[in-house]
Write a protein that binds this ligand. Structure first.
Ligand code: XLS
Ligand code: CA
Ligand code: CA
Length: 438
């Protein structure tokens, strides 16, 4: 095993009384909650891009964290990153990872050369996966960093760019399949527009769907049995991104006949940017059979951009895990920390502390979600709230028996509605606290 993180040993569960910052206080992988071990519930995944690649570069300044792993930017560096990744997975007890093609290997002079470099790194990853037993949760192609994608990839106005993007996805999908990934993600970073003065929105969306249909067809041909995911995000880098939120993406999937092959990858911070709560997006997916995977991070509510912070709010984690439990767990997906330490947190140790904070928050969230379900009072309140649809006129509405004429007759006879009851939001909020604290 590599030793890039010399001063840090394996992070283990020590319980809530431990004052060792480099230990899990709540994430106990073998502890059974709601019928499954925590490890099985979460399928925690490391994000290659933030963890191995991001140095803290921002629009105003250079990187602050050293991710050189002892060598300059080259194929050699890419190999070192692979081994650093597997050392991190091992030391943190994380079973899965996710990557973009360009996170794992640098681009060569042309596409053929780039693909050759990828092959070298993928075989390195394959070897490390074999010896460690770690797994790929999902793969994806970076169709937003290179300047060729300035106007988009699948939605570019230039057919040569579309073709390049298709070729890049083909390779990324082959890699995902060869490494046993159970998901393939589309995040439409530059699939959108800045102004409708130069954009044919309908044509661009048709093209995006054409690309996805081709990818599904090819993926199934080469034996991909997992799910394709779309990861909604309303803006950034584009002013308007097509996959704005879960509902917009749902409409797209239905219009283009993609519902059988796609689910959504919901990111907490993207929900915030869309003006929704994280739970709203997850509940929408659950209600529509679309919950695929989760990018668990958090934004800063005082900022309007994608800060990708490690999540620590136990309320947010609980609401998320409540949706996951109600969904019967993830299908092919898991919980990926698409999150990075702050620019000011640049020590090697900060990587570990960040993951610990996120995993512990989710462990608590799962336990709280289970308590809410076991307690049953909130669920019962909600069931009772809709009781009028179980009998009489309500049952006739749901069954389709009552038409406008019957409803008019009923309303005329009733005269006025006298049966409204309080929504008791304040009671429910305090009940929630009571359930959490016990
Ligand atoms: C960016 C996205 C990206 C996707 C994968 O905001 O979150 O990281 O998860 O391309
Ligand atoms: Ca993401
Ligand atoms: Ca993000």
């Amino acid at each position: 095993m590599a030793n890039y993180f010399k001063n840090i040993s394996k992070i283990v569960y020590e319980g809530s009384k431990s004052d060792n910052p480099l230990s899990y206080k709540y994430y106990n992988p073998e502890e059974v909650v709601a019928g499954k071990t925590m490890r099985e519930h979460f399928k925690f995944a490391l994000s290659y891009w933030h963890t191995l690649c991001a140095t803290g570069v921002d629009m105003f300044g250079e990187g602050t964290a050293d991710k050189s792993f002892g060598t300059a930017d080259s194929v050699d560096h890419a190999k070192h990153k692979v081994h650093a990744c597997f050392e991190l997975l091992d030391k943190m007890g994380i079973d899965y990872f996710c990557f973009h093609d360009r996170d794992i290997a640098p681009e060569g002079a042309n596409l053929a050369e780039t693909n050759k470099i990828l092959d070298v790194i993928v075989s390195e990853i394959e070897g490390a996966m074999k010896t460690s037993g770690k797994k790929l949760l999902w793969g994806t192609a970076n169709l937003f960093s290179n300047k060729r994608f300035v106007h988009g990839a699948g939605t570019a106005p230039n057919a040569d760019v579309f073709a390049y993007a298709a070729a890049q996805i083909k390779k990324a999908l082959e890699i995902t399949v060869s490494l046993g990934g159970t998901g393939y993600t589309f995040w439409g970073g530059r699939e959108g527009y800045e102004t409708l003065l130069n954009t044919r929105m309908g044509f661009e969306l048709d093209n995006m769907a054409r690309l996805m249909q081709m990818v599904v067809e090819y993926g199934r041909k080469i034996g991909f049995t997992g799910d394709f995911y779309i990861e909604p995000k309303p803006k950034e880098p584009m002013k308007h991104q097509y996959d704005f939120d879960a509902a917009t993406t749902h409409a797209f999937l239905q219009k283009y006949g993609l519902m059988n092959d796609f689910k959504l990858n919901i990111e907490a911070n993207h929900a915030t940017l869309a003006g929704h709560s994280f739970q709203h997006e997850l509940a929408y997916c659950r209600e529509n059979g679309l919950l695929g995977s989760i990018d668990a991070n958090t934004g800063d509510l005082l900022l309007g951009w994608d800060t990708d912070q490690f999540p620590t709010s136990i309320y947010e984690a609980a609401f998320c895990m409540l949706e996951v439990l109600k969904n019967g767990g993830f299908g092919t997906g898991g919980l990926n920390f698409d999150a990075k330490a702050r620019r000011g947190s640049f020590d090697q140790e900060d990587i570990f502390l960040s993951y610990i904070s996120g995993m512990d928050a989710y462990a608590l969230g799962l336990k709280i979600a289970d308590k809410i379900m076991q307690d049953g009072r909130i669920d019962k309140f909600v069931t009772d709230r809709y009781a009028s649809y179980q009998t009489g006129i309500g049952a006739d509405i749901v069954s389709g028996k009552a038409k406008l004429e019957e409803l008019e007759k009923y309303a005329l006879e009733m005269g006025e509605v006298t049966t409204n009851t309080s929504g008791r939001q304040e009671y429910l909020e305090s009940l929630l606290n009571q359930i959490i604290i016990g």
